[in-house]
Design a binder for this molecule. Structure first.
Ligand code: ADP
Length: 254
């Protein structure tokens, strides 16, 4: 069965004054996949995603989300997506239940706060203030807030930056679980190991253009087929394996 396209971007351009931040980007995201947008800082990833999220105006191009044209139906698109806010958007002194009620109010949607916290394994933190959470818990909570309106698509912006190896792995499992429950996930990350493990497909963006798009495996095979070889001999384990072996997979700071 061929995959169903849930996001289609065609020839997207965005200029800030004379500066062309996005220069003719086209790609498709398939329903039910984890799609990674990779690229150095300034490549145009956030600009592209914020246009799809209806938060920024494009200069030109076509964006279709779940069959809806961004130019005609931005409000309808907003209803089926969830966008991860940077943590600075949370009130540190409110507890998680209060924060969810605040968000639910914004979405005018009925949500069981405990059910939502259960989805990200934070039900026992329902009465904890946001500022009392560990880094990994804060990230899980911010992912929970993207799920409030039962979205078809969620956008995660560098969700594991600054986390310890245990918390990163735990978050990968959570993101895979969200995908397996039917939500399409779009993610940006600077960690290539993370993209390789987590993403079904990735697009590599540089200077406002997509320079490659495929599954991580196919991209690696393409490079190897050119005769590329790693300079260093690859060992059977790396330092991260040592770290996890010694300190375990269990959550910390709980
Ligand atoms: P990325 O997310 O890949 O780091 P961005 O989309 O944030 O890239 O930025 C792409 C380019 O556009 C960068 O050179 C950035 O400085 C520029 N840019 C982003 N937002 C603005 C803005 N509001 N005004 C002017 N230039 C901007």
């Amino acid at each position: 069965m061929s995959p169903k396209t849930i996001i289609s971007v065609k020839d997207l351009h965005k200029s800030y004054g004379d500066f062309k931040a996005v220069q003719g980007i086209s790609f498709e995201v398939f329903e039910g996949e984890i799609f990674g947008l990779l690229g150095p800082n300034g490549a145009g990833k956030s600009t592209t995603l914020e246009i799809i999220e209806t938060l920024r105006q494009k200069t030109s191009g076509e964006v279709i989300v779940d069959g809806m044209d961004l130019d005609k139906s931005p409000e309808a698109i907003k209803k089926i997506i969830g966008v991860q806010l940077q943590s600075s958007g949370f009130y540190p002194n409110l507890n998680l239940t209060e924060l969810i009620h605040l968000f639910v109010g914004l979405y005018q949607n009925k949500v069981d706060a405990i059910e939502l916290l259960k989805k990200v394994n934070l039900e026992d933190k329902a009465k904890a203030k946001y500022k009392e959470l560990s880094g990994g818990q804060k990230q899980r909570f911010s992912i929970a807030t993207t799920l409030i309106n039962n979205p078809k698509i969620i956008f995660l912006d560098e969700p594991t930056t600054g986390l310890d190896p245990q918390a990163r792995r735990n978050l990968w499992e959570l993101i895979k679980e969200i995908r397996d429950n039917g939500t399409t996930v779009i993610i940006t990350t600077h960690y290539m190991d993370e993209a390789e493990i987590l993403c079904d497909r990735v697009a590599i963006v540089d200077s406002g253009k997509i320079i490659s798009i495929n599954t991580p495996n196919a991209l690696i095979d393409e490079l190897v087929a050119t005769g590329f070889e790693k300079v260093k001999e690859v060992k059977k384990a790396n330092l991260e394996d040592v770290f996890i072996h010694l300190t375990g997979k269990e959550w910390r700071e709980e």
